[in-house]
Design a protein. Structure first.
Length: 110
């Protein structure tokens, strides 16, 4: 599936939320981010700082809502959700990651 740059950036934001949500960054998560970062290195560096500032449920939900708007179509949202799920499953899911998956499911209307 061919994505616009805006959709690619939204997917990166979603993965970064998953990466920083549980305050634990696994080696596998770092490797996966490095794999997708080609052409987006500066964008990722800027977004990491912003995403690390997200501390409350309301802030996180607003960010996920913004991501959903940028992804636009249901198909792209489903694909992005699958990528997030695979990304989070690279290590064992914990309670925080499960709650994030539930939030994304609800906000993306999946």
């Amino acid at each position: 599936m061919l994505l616009t740059r805006e959709q690619q950036q939204a997917q990166i934001d979603l993965l970064l939320i998953g990466m920083y949500h549980d305050n634990y960054i696994s080696e596998q998560e770092t490797e996966l981010i490095n794999q997708i970062s080609e052409g987006f290195t500066i964008y990722i560096q800027q977004r990491i700082a912003d995403i690390r500032k997200v501390k409350t449920l309301t802030q996180r939900q607003k960010l996920i809502e913004n991501i959903a708007k940028r992804l636009k179509t249901k198909k792209v949202k489903q694909d992005s959700f699958k990528k997030l799920s695979s990304f989070l499953n690279s290590n064992e899911l914990n309670v925080k990651q499960n709650s994030l998956m539930a939030e994304v499911t609800k906000i993306f209307n999946l």
